[in-house]
Every structure is written in C-alpha cells, then in structure tokens.
Design a protein around this ligand. Structure first.
Ligand SMILES: Nc1ncnc2c1ncn2[C@@H]1O[C@H](COP(=O)(O)OP(=O)(O)OP(=O)(O)O)[C@@H](O)[C@H]1O
Ligand SMILES: [Mg+2]
Length: 460
C-alpha cells in the first residue's frame, strides 16, 4: 500500500521539490508550511511518515515532533536540520524521531532513509497486530465460580515473584493460566519463556536450560544461551514438570534457591532474575512417594498451588466456551457463526470431557469444518454433537477398553452409544416436560422413531 508522507517546511521551494520527487517514487504526499498546519493534518489524516523541518517560525520542529508523537504513536518522523541545528536533531531522536537528515538534502539519502523508516514501521505494526491477536487467543473464557476464582487468584499472585505450581487434568487450560499470570505481572513486557520438560531429551535438557559454552560437548559449535538466560527479568514456565529427570530436578532446585547457575562447560557463575511457573497433570505427591520427584523441589515450586478443575465440574463454562470456539473457528474458516440449539447444549453437558477444554475446542472446530455450506444458516444440532461423541468413542475404544468419557463399564461400541443415547433422550424429554412431539422435533427425529427408542430404553 502507498505510504502517506507529510512534508513540513516553511520554505515553499523545498515543499515543491520534495512533493514532486516523492510522488514520483509512489508516495502519497501532503505538505504543511508551519507547525500548526502540520498538527491539523496529522490529527485529521494520520500520515505514516513525516519529514519535519527543525527551524520554523512559530511552533518549532521539536515541539511539533512531541505533539505528533502524542497524537499518533506509530507515525514515523524524520527531522530535517539546517546548518547549526544538528545538536537539536540528535536531541530529537531521543524524543522519538526515527532519524534526521541534513540540509541541503540529498534526494538519494532521503529515499534510503524513507525506505528504512517504512520497513521499521511495517515490522512494528505487524508486531502490534500479532501481539493483539495472541492476546485475544489467550483470553480466559468462562464465568463459572471456578473460573472467577481462578481470575481472582491470578490477580493476587501476578504482582508477586512467588512460584506457582499449576495442576489439573489434560487440556484444562494450565498453559493459558501461566500466560495470564505473566501478562498481569510487572514483568509483562519482559520475555515469557516456555520449557516443555517432557519434550526435551534427557541428555540435552541441561544445555537447554542453562546454555553451553563453545566446545563443551560434541556438537556445541558455539556458545548458546539457555532458557534461564533468555528469561532473565521475565517468567520461565516449566511445563510438564512431572516428567523431568531426578538429576535435572536437583539443578533446578539450586537455581531456584540461589538465582544463579553455570552454563554447561563453563565456570562463570551467572546471576539471573526469573519468576518460575510450573505445570503438570501428574500427581506429584504420588511421584514423591514413588521416589521419582524430589520433595524439596516440590515445596519450592508449590509456594502457590493452583489447581484447575476439570471442565465437567465447571457449570456454565461449557456453553460459553462452545460459543466462543464457534465464533473463533467460523471466523478462521470464513463461515457464518451458527447458534447452538438447546439440545446440542444438553448433549455437550451430558458428556464428561476427559480431554477437557482442548477436546471441546477440537470438537467445535471439526463441526465447523465438516458442516456443508448449505447448513450454515441453521443452528448446531444435537445430532452433530452426538455424531462427534460417538466417533470420539469409537477411536478411544479402539485404544482402551473403557472409554474415559463414559463412566459405565461398557463392553461394545453399541452398548456405549445406547447408554449415551438413553441418557441424552431422557434429558431432552425432561426438558420438554415429556412431550414426545416436541422432543422429537428438537432432536430432529421422527415422532414414531422416538417412541421406539423410549420403549427400547424403558424410559416411560
Ligand atoms: N478458559 C479457557 N478459555 C479459552 N480457551 C481455553 C480455556 N482453557 C483452555 N483453553 C484452550 O484449550 C486448549 C488447551 O489449553 P492448555 O494448553 O492451556 O491446557 P493444558 O492444561 O496446558 O493442557 P496439557 O495438560 O495437555 O498440557 C488451548 O487451545 C487453550 O487455548
Ligand atoms: Mg499444557
């Protein structure tokens, strides 16, 4: 896209020459002959770039720069300095000017400068957009008392440097909580560094965490900073801490106590300031009993325990999350957002979500992707949810004998589907005060068909 440049100079010959030259280069150009005019234009049309003369009668360039920066933080300003104003120009860069160029102007230099300014601006804008996007994706959804409590804890622990041990089943949102603690802490614009302790091979974990010096082992071709270095001043998130080896646990403990460490193959002690968050879906107390987790490390990490309840125990969250994911995935896949029927919601609530929020999220994405275009004006139906849950059961039951989502001791797929269908139909009937026609309609099946099912399951 063509960039919009504003030229501010009291000399009309400069304005004219620059306007013509920059238009030739494909810029959209506006010009102002004094500070007041420049500010009026900035306020109205927000130029991408400003070429600003320092010495002008009336409001001078420095003052104009300050106000432009207040009006439009991402406008890039290049100062033009005449003879004897270089010092002022240097001062201007401290006030937020991108750079300065001396008069008489070299057009060649000016074009290079503008090109650099554009790239920097594009990167900065992209960065801001990405950050915003990430922030949005990391919003914690849910108003259940569990989630309200979680938010409350986040608010209270974020300002401190205390270690937090986040526990909970798979997919409950532990990583999201860790991010939230970081973003609400005074360290929010310092790095958030994540280490997945389960994913790093044992022999590499020390080098990953502490870094190494050149030549410290075969393959160490240069010095490498470790995660503790990278997280300095910020937050280090030790994910899947229950999978860390006993030996590494001892090293971690020492860092946590002393806030210093040495790189692999190095003898210099490095001081570090990191706030540590850890997460696991393992039962660490049990691991301590088994002798696979150090008790002293456990206490050091568990200064603030944060247990995240499974989705099935959070009344109300399933609906809010489902609607949120419907919106999210409809947007990403460019489809209209469909509402959920009451029955679809009932089906969601009748399931126990062994994979928690992640499982729900994947299910919704699948429904959004698989729905034929023609059905997009309709609601999400119970039949789609049921289909998903049955499929889910089929894949799970091929791996395990008891599907985790279904509590009863079921032997075959047929049993499971029937058990699920029975509970589901019963719930729908109750919600419709046992009115068969109405229930059949909301379930999207024939009345006679529903009658047969009621009889077969002995629901009368
Ligand atoms: N309250 C929530 N609001 C919105 N999205 C959520 C929420 N909780 C979890 N999610 C989403 O569910 C998915 C799983 O969450 P996350 O990775 O934080 O879980 P986890 O507890 O770390 O899982 P695991 O134990 O498997 O590592 C992610 O896509 C996350 O964005
Ligand atoms: Mg996780």
């Amino acid at each position: 896209m063509a960039k919009n440049v504003l030229i501010v100079d009291d000399e009309s010959s400069i304005r004219q020459t620059l306007t013509a030259a920059l238009q030739d280069e494909g810029y959209q150009v506006q010009s102002a002959q004094n500070g007041a005019e420049a500010l009026a234009i900035t306020e109205k049309s927000g130029p991408d770039l400003v070429l600003l003369d320092i010495w002008m009668p009336g409001v001078d360039g420095i003052e104009v720069l300050k106000r432009i920066k207040e009006l439009r933080t991402d406008t890039v300003v290049i100062m033009m300095s005449g003879h004897g104003t270089i010092e002022t120009a240097v001062r201007a860069t401290k006030l937020g000017a991108f750079d300065f160029i001396e008069k008489p102007l070299s057009l060649e230099r000016l074009l290079v400068l503008l090109q650099n300014a554009r790239s920097t601006q594009d990167l900065a804008r992209e960065n801001t957009a990405l950050r915003r996007q990430l922030q949005k994706e990391r919003t914690l959804i849910g108003d259940s008392s569990v989630m309200q409590q979680a938010r409350d804890i986040i608010k209270r622990v974020a300002p401190t440097t205390g270690s937090v041990l986040i526990t909970g089943e798979n997919g409950t949102g532990k990583e999201l909580i860790a991010h939230a603690i970081h973003t609400h802490s005074p360290r929010f614009n310092k790095p958030f560094i994540e280490v997945n302790c389960a994913a790093i091979p044992e022999e590499l974990i020390e080098s990953e965490l502490f870094g190494h010096e050149k030549g410290s082992f075969t393959g160490a071709t240069g010095q490498k900073k470790g995660k503790f270095d990278l997280a300095n001043g910020g937050t280090l998130f030790l994910d899947e801490i229950g999978d860390m080896s006993f030996k590494t646990q001892a090293k971690i403990l020492r860092i946590l106590q002393e806030q210093k460490f040495e790189r692999v193959g190095g003898n210099q002690t490095i001081q570090t300031d990191v706030r540590v968050l850890a997460a696991t879906n393992k039962d660490l107390k049990q691991a301590i009993k088994n002798g696979s987790f150090r008790e002293d490390l456990y206490h050091r990490l568990n200064v603030i325990p944060f247990y995240l309840q499974p989705l099935r125990d959070r009344k109300g969250d399933t609906e809010q999350l489902a609607l949120h994911f419907l919106k999210e995935f409809s947007n990403t896949h460019g489809k209209p957002v469909r509402p959920l029927t009451k029955e679809a919601l009932a089906a969601l609530n009748s399931y126990s979500w062994p994979g928690n929020v992640r499982e729900l999220r994947n299910m919704i994405e699948r429904i959004v992707i698989l729905t034929p275009e023609a059905d997009f004006n309709n609601s999400v139906l119970a039949s789609e949810v049921l289909q998903f849950l049955t499929d889910q059961f089929m894949t799970e039951s091929s791996e395990a004998t008891t599907p985790p989502g279904f509590s009863t001791d079921l032997k075959t797929l047929r049993d499971a589907r029937d058990a699920f269908e029975k509970v589901f139909i019963q719930k729908s009937l109750e919600e419709n005060s046992w009115n068969v026609s109405k229930t059949a309609q909301t379930l999207g099946i024939e009345r006679s068909h529903l009658h047969k099912k009621i009889k077969a399951y002995g629901l009368e």
